[in-house]
Design a protein around this ligand. Sequence first.
Ligand code: ADP
Ligand code: MN
Ligand code: MN
Ligand code: MN
Ligand code: MN
Length: 333
Amino acid sequence: MSYKAEYIWIDGTEPTAMLRSKTRILADGADLPTWGFDGSSTNQAPGEHSDCVLKPVFSCPDPIRGGDHKLVLCEVYLPDGTPHPTNTRAKLVPIAESFAEQESLFGIEQEYTFFQAGRPLGFPETGFPAPQGPYYCGVGADEVFGREIVEQHLDACLAAGLPISGINAEVMPGQWEFQVGPAGPLEVSDALWVARWLLYRIAEEHNVAATLDPKPAKGDWNGAGAHTNFSTKAMRESYAPIITAAESLGGRIKEHIAVYGYGIEERLTGLHETAPWTEFSYGVGDRGASVRIPWQVEVDQKGYMEDRRPNANCDPYEVTRLLVDTCCTALKN
Ligand code: ADP
Ligand code: MN
Ligand code: MN
Ligand code: MN
Ligand code: MN
C-alpha cells in the first residue's frame, strides 16, 4: 500500500514569498525522501541550473486527504547542499539553538482577509460596507462573512495536530485571525506556514482567496498584522526581564522593521491600533504602542509581551529569529 505526501515549500516570489506544493506517492512505512523541483518556475533558479532540493523538516497528518496521507513542510537547498538564499528557516536554526537554554515561546496572531470577485468578502459590489465597529468578534449574517471556511480551517489544523490556540472575526468584513502557539521558534513557525497552506487550500474549495495583504482595503479600515507574543523562561517567572526585553527592541528598530513584512510603512501609520513604524514604544495595555505588555501580565508581575509590529505577510522564521537574537542577547547580559 502507499500514501500521498504533499511536499510544501516557500518560494522566491518578491517582495513576499508564496507557498508551493506537489504530491509524491510513497510506499507505506517509507521515510520521507529528499526531492526536487524546477526552481526556474518559482523565482529560485535560472533555467540553465534549475534544480532545487526539497528537504523535509516537519510533517503531520493531511487533514484534507485524511487516512495515512501526510503534509510535509520542506526547506529548500541548492544542489551543492547549501541552503538556498530564500531558506530563512536555515538561518533560524543556529540562533534558536544558541539561545535554547532561555526556552523562548511564541504565540503568533495571524490576521488575514478573504477575497472574492476582487474585493473583500462581505464588501458590496460598489461602494463600501457600513464602517468598522460591529464586525470584530461579531455574530450574524450582517457582520460575519466566511465563517464556514474558518471553522473548516480550525478543524483541519486540529486534525493535523498543529498548536492552534484560537480564532476570531476581525474588525473589517471578511477579515479573520487565528493564533498558533505558545511554542518554540521553529515549532511555531513551521506550524504557521502549514496553517497558512491549509487556509489557502480550504478557501480554494469555496472559490475564495485568502490573502495576507497587510493593507487589504485602503482608507479607514484596519490593516492585517501578525502580533507576535513572546516570552522566555525568565519573563514567565518575573517582571524585570519583560522590561529588559521590551527595551532591547528599541535599539534595533530598523533591523526588525526590515523583516516584519513588505509594506509595513502602509500599515504602521500610527492610526488603526498601530504605532508609527519609525518609532519604538512600549506600554501596559497600550494597543497604540509597538509593544504591548498585557495588563494581566503587569498584575501577575510575569508572563510575556506582544510585539504588535509584524505584518500579516511576515516570515515567522525571520521574526522569531530576530526576537530571539535581540531579546535573548539582552537578557543574557
Ligand atoms: P490579543 O488580546 O492580542 O488579541 P490573542 O489572544 O489573540 O491576544 O493572542 C495571544 C497569544 O499569546 C496566543 O497565541 C497565546 O498562545 C500567546 N501566549 C500566551 N502566553 C504566552 C507566553 N507566555 N509566551 C508567548 N506567547 C504566549
Ligand atoms: Mn515536469
Ligand atoms: Mn488576537
Ligand atoms: Mn487581531
Ligand atoms: Mn494582539
